[in-house]
Each structure stands twice: as C-alpha cells, then as structure tokens.
Design a protein around this ligand. Sequence first.
Ligand SMILES: Cc1ncc(COP(=O)(O)OP(=O)(O)O)c(N)n1
Ligand SMILES: Cc1nc(C(=O)O)sc1CCOP(=O)(O)O
Ligand SMILES: [Mg+2]
Length: 527
Amino acid sequence: MTNLELTSSALKPVVWTIAGSDSGGGAGIQADLATIDDLGCHGCSAITCLTAQNSVSVTLVEPVSEEMLLAQLDVLLADLAPMAIKIGLLANQEQVNLLGKWLNTSLREFQKANAVDVNVILDPVMVASCGAHFASDKRSENQLDFLPFKGLITLITPNTAELSVLSGCRLKDLSDCHQAAKALSKRFECNVLAKGGDKGAAWQAETAKDIFVCIQAPGSAVIYQQRSFLLSSPRVESTNNHGSGCTLSSAIASVMAWGFVLHDAVVVAKAYVTEGIKQSGRPGKGPGPLARTGWPAKLGGFAHISSLDGCASLPDDLNFKPLDERLGVYPVVSDVSMLQLLLAAGAKTIQLRVKEADDSDLETKIIKAIQLGRDYQAQVFINDYWQLAVKHQAFGVHLGQEDLYEADLSHIAHSGLALGVSSHSYFELLLASQLNPSYIALGHIFPTTTKAMPSLPQGLNKLKHYVDLLKGHYPLVAIGGIEFNRLTAVKKTNVDDIAVVRAVTEADDPACAYETLVAAWEGLEHE
Ligand SMILES: Cc1ncc(COP(=O)(O)OP(=O)(O)O)c(N)n1
Ligand SMILES: Cc1nc(C(=O)O)sc1CCOP(=O)(O)O
Ligand SMILES: [Mg+2]
C-alpha cells in the first residue's frame, strides 16, 4: 500500500517510537505515544531503556538487552509495520550498532518488498531541553557515535547542546549553528532540524528559532530542496518544556506517516510543540510536560519561514488588492474567445493562462482579456505575465511558487493589482500567506492531465487540514481534477471556492457546463 492510499483510508497509520521509558510520564516513550495518538496515528514502542526519573532528576538508566531490543523490532515488523519511525534515547553504543544494522537490513528489505518509504526521524538524545543529562554509557556523557545511521535516516533533530557535541564545534551564533547543521547533514547524508528552543547562547531569546537544512525531501518542490530555512516563532515564556524534543520528533514522524512531505511535517510539528508548551501544566516540582492539543489549526501558531542560504526570501510587508467578490466557480482558460463566452455566461472571476512558449499575439490577447473584464465587470486574472498585467492594469495576477521569486511583487502590489498564489503543501501555503495575497489556491487536489505536476495529488484529507488552518484568513480556492461529481466531497472540506480547467473547457458546451457547475456548487452547503 502506498503512503497515499493509507492516508485516504480509514486506517490509522502506524508510527513506531524506539526510545527510553520516562517514569515521570513527560518525555521518552510516554511523550511519544501520547503525541502519536494525539495526531491520529497508532503508536508502537520498542523500549531501549528504563529511566527512573521525575520532573527534577534522572536517578537511574537501565538498558534493555540487545536480544530484547531486537525482539521488539522484529515482532513489530512482522505485524504492525511502520509508516514512520522516531528514534529517541539509545542507552549505549551496542544499541546504536544493532539498530543501524537492523535499519540497513530488515527495514530496507521490508521497504523493497512492499515498495514503501519509511521515514526515520532521529532525535539524538544526549541532553534534554529541560537540562537532564542521560549517561547510562559510562564511557562518556552518552557521546554515542551515530555514524551507523549514515544514509539510513530522513532527518536528525539535535538541540544546540547536541549539535555542538555532534559537530565538535563551539556554537557562538546563528551562522555557526547553520554551518554545523550543514556539516552534520553531509556527514549523515540526511536532512537536519537544528533546534534553538533550548535558548542556547547562539539564539535570540525572544524567538524560538530552528534551522532546517534540507538536502532531499521527496514530494517537496525542487525550489525548496538543497536549501536552508530559518523557522521563527514567538518564544512561549514557560519552563514547561519537559519532553519537547521527544514531542517534536514523534510529531514529525506522525505527520509524515499521514503522507505529508518533510517540509510540512517540520512546520506542523513545530506548531504542535509551540501550542503544547503554551497549554502545558506542572504536575511535579520541575519543568512540566507539554499539553496534547491535537492537529495544529491556528495560523498564528505556525512559524515564520525565511531563507537562510542567500536565496531570496519573500517580502512580508506588502498589501495586494482584495477581491471585490468571492471567486465562486473560477474558470482558468487559455484563449480569449473561451474567456468571452464564459463571461457572457455569467463568470465573475476568470483567469487567462497562456502556456505556449512564444505566442506572438500574447500582449494583444492580454489587452483583450483585460478589456473584456472591464466590459463584464469581472475579476480577470492574468497567469504568469505580471509585467503585461501591470502594464494594462488587469484586476489581478496569478503566480505559482517558482514565479514568485522572479516577479517584482512590490511593483504588483503598488500598482494596485490583486495577487493569487498557488500552493501544494503546508510549507508553500505558509510562504504564500506571509505575502498577504488576495487569495490562495490549494492544489492539485485530484489527478489532473492539464498540467504535469511534480507533487502528488493532495486529496481531500490534506485539503481539509489546509482549509482548517487558512479559512477566514484568505479566500481559498481548490484546483486540480475538480469536476461535477466531486463537488459534494470538495464542499465538505469547507473550501470557499473551486477553480476548473477541463470541467469547463473540454465540455461539449462550455457555457452550459459552467452554469451547471455554478448551480451545483452554490446549491451545496458548507459544513
Ligand atoms: C487558480 C490557479 N491555481 C493554480 C494555478 C497554477 O499556477 P502555477 O503554479 O504558476 O502554474 P501555471 O498555471 O503557471 O502552470 C493557476 N494558474 N491558477
Ligand atoms: C493549472 C493548474 N494548477 C494546478 C495547481 O495545483 O497548482 S492544477 C492545474 C490544472 C487544473 O486543471 P483541471 O481542472 O483540468 O484538472
Ligand atoms: Mg505560473
């Protein structure tokens, strides 16, 4: 079964945690299972060690035998195979070696035989965010050699102290942390999330900043790979951070188990931790555990994303013209005669999307489309060609994520045009929302033949999550494979409106198809 089929089925994806037990209930296996369950997955555990700890101290760490660790891994793989795995506290080097070998043999064979990708998130626990040290391995302060995991993990999530130990560098500032995270990424051949939540000296105190170094993330847009990002959230003033690293890594595993790409898992998990700290309690005398607050759906709880590698960041201080009216059923068409026909049929928002590489009549077509928009008092958006749209004062421009970095967004805003932005993930919709656009398009929801898409269809489950997050903040339009018999299901997600290409342009009678879609869409109730 592929990730996608699982996501859309009623089954809960299985997530494993391979970690230590925290008798105090705030971190380790206990935090992981609570997180995995809270994010709608089924949690399984392979326990590496027992720790005798409460909220103020760790008094004993006792590893399980290698035989016991292996038995747990094998018995789970035989029946409750994982969609994602989180690895936390490992008690000694023998456990690291055993697990590295198991990932390289048993898990690899399982993935090959079943044609699935199991994402493995390594939280290299040495120093807890609340200050506790784990030193069951008397050879050192638990300075384990994690190299047996090289090439076998998706993401490693060190806090500042762990990053310093793993990189062997003193980290004085953000730039040091970024260099160390990049070096770690190279050494382990994996993505890195370097956490700044523990308020290391290298980080600003008023914001909780993490560095995300992405070397490869299947399904994410190419422009967001081989890049580094800074994820900044207002710091929650609380000392209740017991288990925050465990919670973050198991949340990342859980979100990936639902079929979200790595970029999405990182931003959703960070928002989950932020809200968990906000609502935390203090059952003991020391730092309390995070609250379990469900799938994050407050836009203000998500991090601000900026570029950390010299690539341009998008501006976040612009204002684009708001829509005059709802998008409704929004046709996207490639020729002016179709545009005119649909305006005559009552379309109040429409897009001219010309994709021929060199169309000598392009400017004439754009002028005509804009004029027709004025004649019919409709919102005409021009796709891609923002200079011509500005020159001839279109109602608005529609840009994809790649287009955003080539356009002069400030010029578009100051010229008084509206801006619509495409998105294909949480990460992209957060970047879109930072721009304050006039609307955000969420795609592609179903398979489409209109355009070769680099990402997988999002499906209704993801669309619902995106809508829960953005509804009321921006007008939202779903696009991709939307046709008459899918309207009821799409409306149930609460998305404001829909954009269509083939459902209208390939119909025998496009005007009639448009009118039928409008009647059906407007006749359905939102949930
Ligand atoms: C309403 C709407 N949504 C998405 C798109 C796609 O824009 P983009 O990602 O830039 O791709 P192209 O259309 O340029 O191929 C759109 N045009 N309209
Ligand atoms: C142009 C376009 N952009 C998409 C996106 O997801 O950004 S999907 C898409 C094509 C939608 O065509 P149809 O309605 O024929 O499936
Ligand atoms: Mg485009």
